[in-house]
Ligand binder design. Structure first.
Ligand SMILES: CC(C)(COP(=O)(O)OP(=O)(O)OC[C@H]1O[C@@H](n2cnc3c(N)ncnc32)[C@H](O)[C@@H]1OP(=O)(O)O)[C@@H](O)C(=O)NCCC(=O)NCCS
Length: 193
């Protein structure tokens, strides 16, 4: 569990299904299209799959009300294309989303900042990178507020949905990243080198 001023990041419980349904019944970004939940029973199944995730996937609970207003996750990966069996898994790529009613209040920043700190200080992260569609300005602003560098723009990089003719719709993807030493060096970062 990770606690911040206004939030608790904690593992999911079965009671969270309604809250998860609320923010995942209409995902706005294409990269979450396959997470779309069409009904409450589907949400209950989705939450069951999240149960037992205690290290890398957290519900974001608003302390004041106990409501789950979103989620954040990132799993360790080798982070380099020629990784072998012994390559350390010291790279993480977070996925974040908030219930739209709770955006614009700094909650995503508060959650992501605490989560980055946790990954850098307790989970051996060396580098955290994020992909975001070029049209997803709120997510880009979040990356920048967290001190991530914009590393590049991959043109027509990935497709999550098809058009009306069944052809893949390719999207331009921005990549942002921050290293542990950069996190430590910036105000607010508390990771030790
Ligand atoms: C990406 C996402 C999580 C960002 O949420 P957010 O609420 O905009 O992000 P933050 O927590 O950083 O909040 C920042 C905004 O809150 C405002 N704010 C208000 N009170 C604040 C406070 N106490 N502290 C900090 N910011 C505050 C800021 O001014 C800022 O507004 P701005 O973006 O208009 O400049 C959200 O848009 C989302 O869930 N999108 C759908 C899922 C998604 O796209 N995920 C990423 C896929 S790549």
């Amino acid at each position: 569990m990770i606690e911040t001023e206004r939030l608790i990041l904690r593992p999911f419980t079965e009671k969270d299904a309604e809250d998860v349904y609320e923010y995942l019944h209409e995902p706005e970004v294409h990269c979450f299209a396959d997470m779309k939940l069409n009904s409450l029973p589907e949400a209950r199944e989705a939450v069951k799959k999240r149960l037992g995730e205690t290290e890398y996937h957290f519900a974001v609970e608003l302390k004041e009300t106990g409501k789950v207003i979103g989620e954040i996750e990132a799993y360790p990966e080798p982070g380099e294309p020629h990784a072998g069996e012994n390559t350390p898994k010291d790279t993480f790529s977070p996925c974040w989303m908030l219930n739209r009613e709770y955006r614009g209040k700094g909650y995503a920043y508060e959650a992501a900042h605490a989560f980055f700190d946790y990954l850098f200080t307790r989970k051996g992260a060396r580098r955290i990178y994020a992909y975001t569609e070029d049209y997803n300005l709120p997510s880009q602003r979040l990356c920048e507020r967290l001190g991530m560098r914009r590393e590049g723009l991959f043109v027509e990089f990935v497709s999550f949905v098809d058009d009306e003719n069944g052809e893949p719709v390719y999207e331009n993807t921005c990549q942002y990243a921050i290293l542990k030493k950069e996190w430590t060096g910036r105000a607010g970062g508390t990771a030790e080198l």
